[in-house]
Design a binder for this molecule. Structure first.
Ligand SMILES: Cc1cc2nc3c(=O)[nH]c(=O)nc-3n(C[C@H](O)[C@H](O)[C@H](O)COP(=O)(O)OP(=O)(O)OC[C@H]3O[C@@H](n4cnc5c(N)ncnc54)[C@H](O)[C@@H]3O)c2cc1C
Length: 460
């Protein structure tokens, strides 16, 4: 049995940040990570030619100050996302090339609808308090309906509806009918509004760390040192008056407190003894993740750039629903990131590997021309079949959940504390939110222990 101050469960950005801050504060800590790798929903793969591919989370943006601070701490520079050239939209069988946010080549009615809905969303986001979205003036009303119901009653133009449904529901990697409108508003507000969430330049896809996310989580892990244990899925956390006992298949850790930094969608895979309070336990049953397949298609060079395109495209219903330039800072080789989300990801997830690859390459040829085939490399990552992610990109709340169970998102349960991007009121769902949650949880456990030692009434 290992005896430490704190045990952190999960070696994604949230868990690693918590462990880093605790060890920097002179506390002893053990990290138990289920997989044989770190990074969780981020996963950087180095290629033989010196380039790298982010198979999960990749982009960062302005306002994401805590991931920027970590990068600064470990000397990791960033580079700007390539945005020169035109983006593309394929709606109603028509291809539109455009610059800026709104494709004005669509009918003026559709373009006006798009603009008006984004404005309205921004306005609604403004009234959602980040620490307690369930207390928003219209929380009850917005939590009763799904994003789909709101879009149906708000967007009159069919092409605008199709685009908005794909773009917004895509953020939750789910069908629009699966996600509560209140959760959408809260999550968007936590990033600063729809402009940030859906935007590239000055938005959530503004830049990337040089070397990918692994260039950040690698040095973090090195700084934490040999207290990280891989291939240790935690099965059980038992708490008593003096501490917690955390068990994986072949290790036992005794600590003052535990920080659970796993995705909400799979937090109930762990057995908690005694049982968690009802609201927390029910929250685990009610916040699922969606589906996402992220494919990185590698070419000798980014041919779309010389064709006057940015590589950014959206085509509702296509197996290559979204594409974006994913080259490294050198621009060589050409790497195109292809995303399928929600129902489409599940549909193409049922194809065999060859059929799926053909479907995706066919869609790319249709959009970008014959140069899109054959690629020199092709790497797909289906997050729905990742046991220790339970889907991607984030766990979301269906209707009725935030107003009834949201208050349990961060509240410690005795000696068990919660981290993970889903528990962050700011940048919820992004890597930056994960980092913030890890820092908050590290502070929280130390404060609770200080208070307990001083005999204060903070819960043990
Ligand atoms: C395809 C994709 C694209 C994305 N794109 C972006 C992006 O561009 N920018 C951005 O900011 N965010 C993006 N995200 C979201 C981002 O990756 C996540 O918000 C972030 O990585 C979450 O970090 P976390 O530490 O909270 O959780 P995770 O990264 O999920 O870490 C949890 C860890 O816990 C481990 N674990 C699970 N169960 C157990 C157990 N029982 N015992 C021990 N360990 C366990 C897991 O293996 C994992 O390592 C993307 C996500 C995906 C999937």
């Amino acid at each position: 049995m290992t005896d430490v101050d704190y045990c952190v469960i999960g070696g994604g950005f949230a868990g690693l940040t918590a462990a880093l801050r605790l060890s920097q504060a002179g506390r002893s800590v053990v990290v138990l990570e289920a997989r044989d790798r770190l990074g969780g929903r981020t996963f950087t793969e180095a290629r033989a030619d010196g380039s790298w591919i982010d198979r999960g989370g990749a982009w960062i943006g302005p306002g994401q100050d805590r991931i920027h601070a970590l990068m600064h701490e470990f000397g990791v520079p960033s580079y700007k996302q390539y945005t020169d050239g035109e983006a593309m939209m394929v709606v109603g069988g028509k291809q539109h090339r455009y610059t800026g946010t709104i494709p004005w080549t669509m009918s003026p009615w559709a373009a006006m609808n798009l603009g008006a809905v984004l404005l309205e969303l921004g306005h609604m986001c403004g009234s959602v308090p980040l620490e307690s979205p369930w207390a928003a003036k219209n929380a009850g009303k917005w939590d009763r309906i799904s994003l789909a119901q709101w879009l149906d009653s708000t967007v009159a133009s069919k092409p605008a509806h199709e685009l908005l449904e794909t773009a917004i529901a895509g953020c939750y990697t789910s069908a629009a009918a699966e996600v509560s409108l209140l959760f959408v508003l809260y999550q968007m507000a936590s990033g600063g509004g729809p402009g940030f969430v859906l935007g590239v330049e000055d938005g959530a896809q503004d830049e990337r760390p040089v070397g990918g996310m692994g260039a950040v989580y690698g040095p973090m892990a090195a700084a934490i040192g040999d207290s990280i244990h891989l291939s240790q899925p935690v099965r059980r956390i038992q708490q008593d008056a003096d501490g917690v006992t955390v068990r994986s298949d072949d290790s036992t850790v005794r600590a003052h407190r535990a920080i659970v930094a796993v995705p909400l969608a799979i937090a109930s895979q762990i057995l908690y003894e005694p049982m968690l309070p009802v609201d927390r336990s029910f929250l685990h049953q009610r916040m699922p993740s969606g589906s996402i397949i992220k494919t990185s298609v590698v070419y000798d060079q980014p041919f779309w750039r010389s064709d006057g395109l940015s590589g950014q495209s959206v085509a509702p219903g296509s197996p290559a629903t979204i594409t974006i330039d994913a080259c490294t800072d050198t621009g060589r080789p050409g790497i195109l990131c292809v995303i399928a989300e929600g129902p489409i990801a599940r549909r193409i997830g049922r194809l065999d590997e060859t059929e799926r690859r053909e479907a995706i390459l066919d869609a790319l040829v249709e959009r970008f021309g014959a140069k899109a085939r054959p690629p020199v490399d092709y790497l797909e990552q289906n997050w729905s079949v990742e046991r220790y992610s339970g889907g991607g990109m984030l766990s979301h709340a269906p209707t009725g959940v935030l107003t009834q169970f949201g208050h349990a998102l961060r509240a410690p349960c005795g000696r068990i504390h919660w981290a993970g991007t889903e528990s962050s009121a700011v940048m919820c769902g992004w890597v930056d939110g994960a980092v913030r949650s890890g820092e908050r949880a590290a502070t929280e456990v130390m404060e609770h222990d200080t208070a307990t030692a001083a005999g204060s009434p903070l819960p043990r």
